[in-house]
Design a protein around this ligand. Sequence first.
Ligand code: SF4
Length: 431
Amino acid sequence: MRVALVNPCWDFGQSIYFGCRSPHLPLELGYAKALLEANGHAVLMLDGHLCETPNLDLAEAVAAFAPDMTVVTTAPTYLFWRCAQPELRVPRALLAAIGSRGGRTVAVGPHGSVTPETTLRKLGVDVVVRGECEEIVLRLAEATDLQTVPSIAFAHGAEIRVTGGPHASEFTNLPALRWPDDWVARHRHHHHRFDRTPDRPGAEIEASRGCPYHCSFCAKIDFRDKYRKRDLQPLLAEIDGLIEQGVAYVYFIDEIFLPNKPLLDALVVRPIEFGIQTRIDLWKPEMLDLLGAAGCVSIEAGVESLTVEGRATLDKQCRMTTDDLADRLIHARRSVPFVQANLIETAMDDPALVTAWREQLRQHGVWANDPVPLYPYPSSPDYRKLWGMPDARAWERAHEHYLAQFEAFSDIQEERPVPLPDLEIFCCSAC
Ligand code: SF4
């Protein structure tokens, strides 16, 4: 089968999107390509974001390839599935431009994972994949009867059929990815790196997937939930391939980069630096020292709240005191040039306490962000506590709640966001 895999050319204007707006590697499409090609399928992979290709040009390239199936992702990369933009206007515009020239159309991403019927309707695609998508895309390429493919939604006459809950990939055995040289060369962004200006290419990579915790705000119920560690051999082969292509920095997109001595020992001897997100309470001082020696230059650690009660409300299951957390962050900063403590806006945290704590850490070179408000993503426990299981209006409900609750928005948003129906007006008129 001929399969086109497409990351759209994203536009986040007036979106609440919290993720980084620079291009990153579309890992979900990379894995799907590797699995498809290993099974004899012909693949065209396009990235409108990284290659700055307008969606109309992407559509023409897809049409020229004449695929039997076209897969479009609804979030820029796996890295941002937990904080995806709620609106589907960009993939909808791309799919409209492709029209009937893409063969069977398939949407993958966080939206269809939690609200498959709504996503199918908003995008007008033939199939929506629920959950982690690489293995299901391969199943779709090989199936003659959609009903036999797990974890998808598709229209059957007037009804929408859903063949099961979200899929969790095996993951551990995913092969080493190899990206086109010109993609790597133009990937100048070093995600979440602040110690110096990048002068050589960066990349994103995955050493583990999922997380054993269940923080109330974390949108991972429907994908990337169960913790799995990738086999070391393909992971190191992928890193070595990136080094050969000139990459000087990789960002591990792992939800929670846990202490992994064999991986860190292997990185010590490789000419590459890296960034991670983790929980600082899970690292012993000597492992933090090894992390720095291995080349880590950026740590983003979720502290979230400065009170035991606040962390308990967020279901952090953190056993450390706030002082212990501060000590561990300051220890990390001895060998890692950028260490950030993430804070969330909670009613439990006195603003004066937050200001004093941020200043205390700043004096030791650790940066703590101005607390950001929560967005109750439909795949988070918070959403389900507020409204139960997500329904057809889940994204609209979360959006209305967010816009109504907060007067002042996070300082990472450049424009005031607008209601979801306004952002998706093109989707709605197409339904
Ligand atoms: S520890 Fe991090 S990844 Fe895990 S559930 Fe909490 S916020 Fe999500």
